[in-house]
Design a protein around this ligand. Structure first.
Ligand code: F6P
Length: 325
């Protein structure tokens, strides 16, 4: 393989830049040319100035930066055959023989379809704060995101304590509760509501009623955005209806969880996986995601990382009840 492309796609995640750097430097170390494709699949379809030849220096001074220097997008056009054909023509015109795609489920789905239609091999690196990809213990960006959430929870805890208030803090995770579970445990939350577990709302109501009776001064509840009741505002409103005199505040942490300088863990993870992705392409691998399982790099077929469900860690889950009984 003489020339590869690299791009970032889907929701950005801290550590994507460290991964791009690892891809570019591993390729150059092995005598392979690298093209940075801007704006994910949209840039691939656009071609022209969206294709940027990368050197070792193009990725200097980015390991510590959040976001992605290659920019990102969620591409509607790549979902169409016409869009993918344009992307293929652009790759062909640029002599690109393989791709490293850094992103999540949607990114890998696109890469697999693209290979089946046009035969361009891809290897993925898991870049998403959600940690919801099967085939890796951690995704790039998750560690930074839970630390950001934990810092916010600590700050809110101070004011919750001062005013004796109940706070519902909503964290990201449309379909997965990894961020809620880890940041909730790290932030000492009394209640953690996860998309994967349909809590009995009656029990949640009872918890807050008991809390009122025992005159507990303040409480922190973490709610994953994809929670079954519809997020932190919905839960708080429901409790206001059910419990007379119930007062609470809601904080939506939102996109602050996606930004910021990556943690050391994310930088190291991104470096390992970016390197592994290029080495896998060089060995002729395709349609696989490079992940880390038990601290070893493992390649998992895209199909499995997309469709197999990654479970929440049961050792962490049981702590919610033990610590708050
Ligand atoms: O997939 C990462 C993520 O941050 C999810 O946790 C969240 O639901 C979604 O992206 C938000 O996407 P957008 O920034 O496109 O609104």
């Amino acid at each position: 393989m003489k020339k590869i492309g690299v791009f970032t796609s889907g929701g950005d995640a801290p550590g994507m830049n460290a991964c791009v750097r690892a891809v570019v430097r591993t390729a150059i170390f092995n005598g392979i040319e690298v093209v940075g494709i801007m704006h994910g699949y949209n840039g691939m379809i656009q071609g022209g100035e969206e294709f940027i030849p990368m050197t070792s220096r193009s990725v200097g001074n980015i390991i510590q930066r959040g976001g992605t220097i290659l920019k990102s997008s969620r591409s509607e056009e790549f979902r169409t055959k016409e869009g993918r054909k344009k992307a293929y023509d652009n790759l062909l015109a640029n002599g690109i023989e393989g791709i490293v795609c850094i992103g999540g489920n949607g990114t890998f789905t696109g890469a697999e379809i693209f290979y089946n239609e046009f035969g361009i091999p891809s290897i993925g690196a898991p870049g998403t704060i959600d940690n919801d990809l099967y085939g890796t213990d951690f995704t790039i960006g998750f560690d930074t995101a839970i630390n950001t959430a934990m810092d916010a929870i600590d700050k809110i805890r101070d004011t919750a304590d001062s005013h004796g208030r109940i706070f519902f803090i909503e964290v990201m995770g449309r379909e997965a509760g990894f961020i809620a579970l880890a940041s909730g445990i790290a932030g000492g939350a009394e209640v953690i509501l996860l998309p994967e577990i349909k809590e009995d709302i009656a029990e949640v109501i009872q918890f807050f009623k008991d809390r009122q009776t025992s005159k507990k001064s303040f409480s922190i509840a973490i709610v994953a955005e994809g929670n079954y009741e519809g997020g932190a505002f919905a839960i708080s409103d429901r409790l206001k209806k059910e419990i007379p005199g119930f007062e609470s505040r809601v904080v939506i942490l939102g996109h602050i969880q996606r930004g910021g300088s990556p943690s050391a863990y994310d930088r190291v993870l991104a470096s390992k996986l970016g390197n592994a992705a290029v080495e896998a392409l060089m060995k002729g691998e395709k349609n696989k995601m490079a992940g880390l399982i038990n601290n070893r790099v493992v390649l998992t077929p895209f199909h499995d990382s997309i469709f197999m469900k990654k479970d929440l860690n049961p050792d962490l889950l049981k702590l919610i009840d033990i610590f708050n009984s």
